[in-house]
Ligand binder design. Structure first.
Ligand code: KG4
Ligand code: ZN
Length: 352
């Protein structure tokens, strides 16, 4: 049996988890996630404050994860830590902590790519989740459509030209006076809003059937501008807020769902995986399942979709299992390249 401690400090959650692997099956023994509330005051993550908060809390978060798993430092067989991408000062805290433990305990260390962590999240709850599948990773920092041919063997189908999907939710949340993060608040409001009143543009949806560099690309900054105009034109924002939220969410989900579905159909894969914070959105999950009737839509629970150390542990176990190790010279990188990601956009034919 292998017992692994995982650490995640790439943004504004301080998280530690313990995973146990036995004969290929992985069990989550504990996962502690401490969300830094301080950023709400500022309407977004303040990097300096995030680093300091990780520094003061990481020790206790790790202690609690070990206690909840009923284990101790000495019983650990390895340490996994997010090495990027993310806020470099925030990553530095986790990486230094992980390196110190690995050195003091003389155990293997593995630096994990945050987005590969998101890819592995559903495996912790649904052990039969396995490639090939298409993954739509949508978070505050990233929007990626991936062809997951195998674990560690990825092809980039498309990404965003400007804002990430979650970033668009957050910015629109601010425009609507909803505070940070915007995603959950917009989802709640949109549920009671009219789908008919505001018809916002569906950016880059018109090219989804045209094999070419933008077939699976996304762009959300124009949509944000359209929303800003509608907010300014509204004589009564209080009255129109839910309808605006609904119009915005419908536009984002229409593009995300259709591009992901066309990718799945083009590759004729049995499944789509939704990952990252925006994948918590129930309307997105339902739209994807409706559109891909007959195929499987795989999503982790909300707790494992937003940032957490458990997913970093799952990806770490995969990498350690392949014999990979990080040295004590491991450095966090804000722009860490995705391991196993084939460069260049794939051109797919139209499925219809
Ligand atoms: O993956 P994550 O926790 O952190 C990053 O790696 O960025 O994602 C956070 C993002 C935020 O932008 C937040 O607004 C968005 O996920 N989010 C949602 C929902 N819950 C979180 N967006 C839409 N609907 C939600 N229910
Ligand atoms: Zn994330």
């Amino acid at each position: 049996m292998t017992t692994l401690l995982a650490i995640e400090t790439s943004c504004d959650e301080t998280s530690a988890a313990v995973l146990r692997q036995e004969e290929g099956s992985v069990a989550l023994a504990s996962c502690v996630i401490l969300s830094q509330d301080i950023h709400r005051i500022f309407g977004g993550v303040v990097p300096e404050l995030a680093s300091r908060a990780h520094l003061t809390t990481l020790g206790s978060v790790v202690d609690q994860a070990l206690a909840e798993a009923g284990t101790s430092l000495e019983e650990l067989d390895g340490i996994a830590v997010t090495a990027g991408p993310g806020l470099v000062g925030a990553l530095l805290v986790g990486v230094m902590y992980g390196k110190t433990l690995a050195y003091r305990l003389d155990r293997p260390l593995i630096g994990v790519h945050h987005l590969e962590g998101h890819l592995f999240a559903p495996t912790l709850e649904q052990p039969d989740v396995a490639p090939p599948f298409v993954a739509l990773l949508v978070s505050g920092g990233h929007t990626m459509l991936l062809d997951v041919r195998g674990w560690g063997d990825y092809r980039l189908l498309g990404t965003t030209r400007d804002d990430a999907a979650g970033e668009a939710f957050d910015k629109v949340g601010t425009l609507l006076g909803l505070g940070y993060p915007g995603g959950p608040a917009i989802e709640r409001l949109a549920a009671g809003g009219s789908p008919e009143r505001y018809k916002f543009p569906r950016p880059m949806l018109n090219v989804v059937d045209e094999p070419g560099p933008d077939q699976f690309s996304f762009s959300f900054s124009g949509l944000k501008t359209a929303l800003l105009r509608a907010v300014k034109a509204s004589p009564d924002l209080e009255r129109d807020r839910a309808d605006l939220a609904r119009g915005f969410q419908d536009a984002v989900l229409a593009v995300l769902t259709e591009k992901a579905a066309v990718a799945v159909e083009s590759l004729d894969y049995p499944a789509l995986m939704l990952g990252g914070g925006v994948a918590c959105n129930r309307a997105l999950q339902q739209a994807a399942q409706r559109r891909l009737r007959g195929r499987r839509v795989m999503v982790a629970s909300n707790r494992l979709n937003t940032d957490n150390a458990a997913m970093i542990g799952a990806a770490g176990l995969f990498r350690l299992g392949r014999g990979e190790r990080s040295g004590l010279d491991l450095e966090p990188r804000a722009d860490l390249p995705f391991p196993g990601l084939e460069a260049g956009t794939l051109l797919l034919g139209s499925p219809r």
